[in-house]
Design a protein around this ligand. Sequence first.
Ligand code: FPP
Length: 238
Amino acid sequence: MGEKKPMPVHVAVIMDGNGRWAELRKVPKLQGHNMGMVAMKEIVRKADDMGIKYLTVYAFSTENWKRSTEEIGGIFKLLVKFVAADLKELDERNAKVNIIGDWHDRLPQDAIDSVQEALDTTANNTGMVFNIALNYGSRAEIVRAVNYILENYDSSTEIGEEDISRALYTGDESGNIPDPDLIIRTSGEERLSNFLLWQAAYSELAFTDTLWPDFKPEEFEAMVEEYRTRERRYGGRL
Ligand code: FPP
């Protein structure tokens, strides 16, 4: 007790509460996403400044397609704007963009092009990995991994945990991102909502009532520092 544990290597964030933030202020929902984007940029900078090696954000889930076409279009417009305005800074920071989720498939073409540009521009960077979950769902990810294994492994092979980990979006195709040490969710909801279910097996979870657009770098830092006071046991007793 008392002694600070190491910094988390990988922090994942469920950015929740943009809609409620807008509702409270009686402004259009997209204004909430707009301010959510501003908050996200500040957290990316903060995480990088703190020396966090992997930052994952849940930007668009497979379930988010149920929202109105206007809202969906607005979120992807924000993504395009983000790449146009901030890719340069990410690159200067030596940050590497990575995407998890089925982003080739259903996204608007200009969003696909922006994502591709971000990936290409930062492909050789060696600093923080900024991992964006886009059209991501954890169960779909696990199903995809199982199908990959069925297609690519000899039927007599005994499949281990490592094989499944490596076949997930976070596996080989993302340079094998380590499992998140800490998962933060804003807006008072306390659930994972189909986010990194396999990878979260031993993650520490942290929740705050703050709505995502109001989530500031200081609170992020405080949550990381609180995480560093925790005793992680991984199912065993030390
Ligand atoms: C959750 O708020 C947020 C989202 C579904 C989208 C997150 C998007 C951003 C932070 C900006 C866009 C970023 C990228 C990279 C595209 P909610 O609308 O579910 O809030 P509510 O639960 O209060 O309705």
